[in-house]
Design a protein around this ligand. Sequence first.
Ligand code: ADP
Length: 395
Amino acid sequence: MFDRSRRNLAYWYAASMGGILVVFAGVGYSFIVQAQLRNFDDLLYKRSRIVSGIQPSIPGILQPVPVDFAYARWYRVDRQRIKYIGSPGSNYLVGTIGFETIGSFRQLTLPIQRQNQTIGYLQVAAPLTPLQQSLEQVRFFLLIGVPTTIALIGITGWILGGIAMQPSRKAYAQLQRFTADASHELRAPIAAVLSNAQVGLMPPEEPQEQHDRLERVVEIAKSMSALVNNLLWLARHEELDRTQFQTIDFVELIRSLDYPNDRNVTLSLPDRPVQIEADPELIRQAIANLLSNAFKYTPQEGTVRVELIAQQTVIVRVIDTGIGIPAEDLPHIFERFYRVDTARSRQTGGFGLGLAIAQQIIQAHQGQLTVTSQLGSGSTFQIELPLKAPLSKLQ
Ligand code: ADP
């Protein structure tokens, strides 16, 4: 699909630019022909005046082509030929006063005047060969130059098309992978719902068994609904409406989050408000995702610590002493549907979307979400966001 569009783009680019080039070349060529002919005529006129004894000064436009007479004929005022050099022609003056092209000659017929009186006529002609040769060179140059330039334009169009299509190609590949991953994630729970329903349709079973079966269906449906909600969220929140942003106290927001009572959680927060411009619900969701992971991947006896440091920017760290993340997985964990180890996420019911959502939220707030982790010793997720105003103004 992209290659066809790229080919079309290159083709139309070459066709349109080539069309413009051909028109320009045509106009340029006719201009050169006219200018050369004017030059040739000027020289012919100049030479003819020398022959008739009067030397006019006529400026040339282009490099003049040499003019050699093919013939020169003198006529009396009654148009009877008196003298000639070269081909004699007819005995009487034939042709109009001025310039004429006769075959491969340029002919000029002039009245010869003395004291404002026409005393005879002069007719001179020069072969057009030098002019034709010079134009032939121009034509040769255009014949080679124009198709070469069009080919170069086509190649340029092809290259530019490739560059221009790169973001769409990437976005399309991402979309395809996203759709494939989402369908894949939904296939397993749908199959589970189907098999439970099919077994439920069979001859009646024990009420308890039936109850368990329905409970499983409810659980699966809940998990599917969570997945669909997450997918919709990711699709809708590519860009945030900044008019929804409010000034919020980050310290207060972190304090107000839900922390399980049975876990060892420490909060290290400044004792003064730290203000940021943000959508409070989204920021809450991002930190909640990090916290939920910290609890999911840290054993009961481990610790989870939340730190907030306000300097030039606001830094929030969620530090756990959990199972950690292997170094080779670290560059990928923010990708949608990426799970370090499907087995460990399956146990905890994750889809691999929590970090992708958190990162999307933080980036939409002009912040950064980063991670450092040591397999077996724990992980630190860090959010960095711009402060609403310089710290000095808040103190
Ligand atoms: P999931 O819903 O599977 O947890 P996430 O996007 O939240 O998806 O996380 C992606 C993967 O990163 C998880 O599958 C998990 O393996 C790993 N991970 C995330 N947070 C932590 C953490 N605090 N400790 C260890 N592994 C983590």
